[in-house]
Write a protein that binds this ligand. Structure first.
Ligand SMILES: [Zn+2]
Length: 872
């Protein structure tokens, strides 16, 4: 590959244009001319930095060239570093100097000081603030002084490989006897044995490997490690959320409990993105005492100014929002043509691959053929070798533009770039800032461009840059007390060390209930000693019980999506290993997405579900019953489908309840004199609930028109979900105020106000903005709008966690409901549509109710719930 460096501002200046105070379109033209005649003489070597300011000005003046509109521009000012002295052993000081570091930042020193005092430390500072230095120093110190061991845990193999190499190099600079090794699923048996024989001071691994390979063989293979385990580093702590976080929470409790039997009591250093609840999340995840956790969240590293550009893609002919990818590709080309090394974050692997090519073609067309060779796509499915090659290319600057999924967002060390483009709001401020943190070298200025899609959060982000940049970040939740998750892990815990009544300190107060169920099932054996009762695991001749635990899902029945073999209809079932399985979904959501007649999307291809087999034959040689199959075939159909389900809700007694600003205080309401307030339950309740659901029919839709319902001939089974949710009761006073204050109330030409339509619309708007309150996907929470709840007689909104047993989302939303309501209300008020659209109140999978929504009413209802003069 011949290398040609991109032009810089100084080079443009030499091209003969007169005034350089502001670049004009002429400047860009002269660049083109010069490039095409091949007389470029720019040497992009060190020291010559492209001008960020001029690029921003150029973009502002050339929106049409890119397409779309620069709707907002904000500049975040830079800062200088605050450094301090930390007493260090001479060999450590020397090794740090070799890394090019003269002094440590204040926040790094603070983390080191507290960990030395054996406090657990949560380091919650931005990307690039130097979170690895404190734990590298601590691990080396403890290895040198006590020959102690450190366990480094990260969620992905790419990150483990990257960090293990960095730690090894650092250790070698400190003392040649210090060793760091990786222990991942990618190693052969032989390589794994070699690592164990080396007994490295740092072992870098994933939570999955701790569950499968370390804990079950602790006594046989890992005594040398666990008895000396003194430090646990949890990198990328914020990744441990939802279902995965709930499982990892139990794995870490199993680990700490087992370490204790080896007389080890390791300190924890957790590294997190900037989140709203760093201490609480460390406590949830590890089970340590909150008082023992010290949080470091002030970034004292140096940083340059950042130009935030908020870009709206061009609208379609009907004013609808268009896909972001093409606009982002044009922006990427514009930036790299101006000499800025750029990373684009996009959501899917396909988009990364496809639009890297689109960007290259754009560069060709613009007259930069050599730059077109320097475009790459980075995603998790690449081989380790290819990823490492791309990481090196980014480091050296050979790669000028990379389209990446969030695989590069995690702390992989690629150095920083001049510009970051975010192709569609990633859904959370936390992720946005993680991605933005890749921009900016030292104190040089940088560009972060956000290209917004049609989602409510995207549009909110474009319209409210100040809220976005200054507002609080999301909280991160997990629930290691989830009954299903715990029940899966307890046999493994008992196999590692017999359970006793004291183990409720690790596994919660419901432990006796779970162990007695497992004892009844013959999985555990109860025995009485002179001082205690213990439960031991009853071996079943199979592999250790932890092998049955998958950390990425909650054990439940699933539906397999399988492509029908050619010329077989209805299909005979081939042996299971011959099936062309597209995916496996939890049964409940699987039946919604893949009922007979549904159009199912998989990697950009559409399939039609032709049949469902609820009781397929078990393949020869397999045990147990095979999970149901949805048979699909590829289709060219251009319509989409949405399922209609019957849902029955059963609510338990509330765990907690509270009011909202616009509702009477619950305590006053129950014993106050007002008759209507007397009968209204508290406005918001957090409760356990059960949702029984059957898919009965579906609608088809195509370019705005809706057909159906089409009944489903097969009787699909009822699925049942027990989870956590919140119940929002609309009291009579709010209902009355709604009727009085609705702007359409006395306008004879306007459609009449619809309370039901408003309730539905507000429910959808809330679901759309929940991921801005707590880190989750839109699909993690579901909602119900009920015009009259049987038990209370009041209109009610129910929002519930769509994971069996709940993963902690409902509690967080219960605590932050005002924020969510305010967010929903602003989003609806700001949206430029007339009667509702996907960016405000439409539900992505409920085409029918989308036709009956009342946008003005939804906004009014949210206002009334938040209005504290209402309650008076
Ligand atoms: Zn709208």
């Amino acid at each position: 590959m011949t290398k040609e460096s991109p032009p810089s501002e100084s080079n443009v200046s030499r091209a003969g244009s007169k005034s350089r105070s502001k670049p004009s379109t002429d400047a860009a033209v002269s660049q083109h001319v010069e490039l095409k005649t091949g007389t470029r003489a720019f040497d992009g070597s060190a020291g010559e930095r492209p001008s960020i300011h001029n690029t921003v000005d150029w973009l502002a003046e050339n929106e049409a060239t890119v397409g779309g509109t620069l709707v907002n521009h904000r500049v975040m000012t830079g800062r200088s570093a605050q450094t301090t002295d930390v007493p260090l052993r001479p060999e450590l000081s020397e090794a740090i100097r070799k890394k090019g570091i003269d002094q440590v930042y204040d926040h790094q020193a603070e983390a080191i000081r507290h960990a030395r005092l054996r406090k657990h430390v949560t380091l919650a500072t931005p990307t690039g603030s130097g979170k690895s230095l404190p734990y590298s120093i601590l691990a080396a110190e403890r290895a040198l002084v006590d020959d102690a061991r450190t366990l480094y845990i990260a969620p992905t193999r790419a990150l483990i490989n990257n960090q293990a190499d960095d730690l090894y190099d650092f250790f070698q600079n400190v003392d040649s006897s210090l060793d760091a090794g990786r222990y991942t699923g990618g190693l052969s048996r032989h390589q794994k044995r070699r690592v164990r024989e080396r007994q490295p001071h740092v072992l870098a691994t994933t939570p999955d490997m701790i569950n499968y390979s370390i804990l079950p063989f602790a006594h046989k293979l890992w005594g040398w490690f666990l008895s000396n385990l003194d430090l646990i580093v949890i990198d990328e702590q914020h990744q441990y959320r939802g279902v995965f976080g709930s499982h990892v929470g139990v794995v870490l409790r199993r680990l700490r409990r087992l370490a204790k039997t080896f007389d080890a009591d390791p300190t924890i250093v957790a590294c997190s993105a900037t989140i709203d609840n760093p201490r609480q999340h460390t406590v949830q995840l590890t089970g340590v005492d909150p008082a023992d956790v010290h949080v470091v969240d002030q970034d004292t590293s140096a940083g340059g100014s950042t130009h935030w550009l908020f870009w709206q893609p061009p609208r379609g002919q009907q004013g609808q929002a268009r896909s972001t990818h093409r606009t982002t590709a044009r922006l990427a080309a514009a930036l790299v043509e101006r000499g800025l090394q750029t990373i684009v974050f996009t959501r899917s692997r396909q988009a990364a691959e496809q639009y890297a090519q689109v960007t290259a073609r754009r560069l060709q067309r613009d007259g930069y053929p050599s730059l077109a060779d320097d475009v790459a796509a980075y995603q998790a499915a690449l081989s380790d070798e290819r990823r490492e090659e791309l990481e090196a290319g980014l480091h050296s600057g050979d790669i000028r533009v990379v389209w990446s999924t969030n695989a590069l967002e995690v702390g992989i060390n690629i150095g920083n770039l001049d510009a970051v483009l975010v192709d569609g709001y990633p859904g959370t401020r936390m992720e946005l800032f993680q991605q933005a943190g890749r921009a900016g070298r030292g104190t040089d200025p940088s560009i972060v461009g956000l290209v917004g899609g049609a989602d409510p959060l995207d549009q909110y982000a474009l319209d409210h840059p100040d809220d976005l940049l200054d507002g609080s970040v999301e909280s991160v939740e997990c629930n290691p007390q989830n009954p299903r998750v715990l029940t899966e892990h307890l046999p493994a815990a008992a196999a590692e060390a017999p359970l006793s009544t004291d183990d409720n300190t690790w596994f919660g107060d419901d432990l006796p209930k779970y162990v007695s169920a497992l004892t009844d099932a013959g999985v555990l054996d109860r025995s009485l000693t002179s001082t205690d009762i213990t439960w031991t695991y009853v071996p079943d001749g199979g592999p250790p019980p932890s092998q049955h635990v998958s950390l990425r899902s909650i054990n439940s029945r699933s539906l397999r999506i399988v492509v029908t073999p050619d010329d077989q209809s209805p299909p005979d079932i081939p042996a299971s290993n011959e099936l062309d399985v597209l995916g496996e979904l939890p049964l409940a959501s699987g039946l919604r997405d893949a009922h007979p007649g549904a159009i199912y999307f998989h990697q950009g291809q559409r399939y039609r579900v032709i049949d469902i087999d609820l009781n397929p034959e078990t393949p020869p040689g397999a045990s147990g019953s095979a999970s149901p199959i949805a048979w699909v075939e590829p289709t060219n159909a251009t319509y989409t489908t949405s399922a209609v389900t019957d849902r029955t809700l059963t609510l338990q007694d509330a765990d907690e309840s509270r009011g909202l600003p616009g509702t009477a205080d619950p305590e006053v309401a129950t014993d106050g004199g007002d008759a209507s307030a007397d009968t209204a339950p508290p406005a918001v309740q957090l409760t356990e609930l059960t949702v029984s659901e059957t898919v009965v029919s579906y609608y088809t839709h195509q370019s705005g028109s809706l057909n159906g319902p089409v009944p489903i001939e097969t009787d699909l089974p009822e699925t049942e979900l027990s989870s956590d949710g919140l119940v929002i009761t609309i009291p009579p006073a709010i209902r009355d105020a709604f009727t009085e204050e609705h702007p359409n109330a006395d306008d004879p030409d306007a459609p009449s106000p619809s309370f039901e339509g408003s309730l539905y619309a507000l429910t959808n708007a809330l679901l759309g903005v929940l991921p801005a309150t707590v880190l989750c996907d839109r699909s993690d929470m579901r909602g119900l709008a009920i015009s009259r709840l049987d038990t209370t007689g009041h209109p009610t909104i129910v929002l519930y966690d769509d994971h069996p047993g709940g993963v902690g989302l409902a509690r967080s939303i219960f605590q932050h409901l005002e924020d969510a309501l305010e967010f929903a209300q602003t989003r609806v008020a700001d949206c430029e549509c007339d009667e509702g659209c996907p960016a405000c109140i439409h539900h992505p999978h409920d085409a029918l109710s989308n036709q009956t929504l009342d946008k003005v009413g939804a906004r009014l209802l949210a206002e009334l719930l938040l209005d504290d003069t209402q309650a008076a």
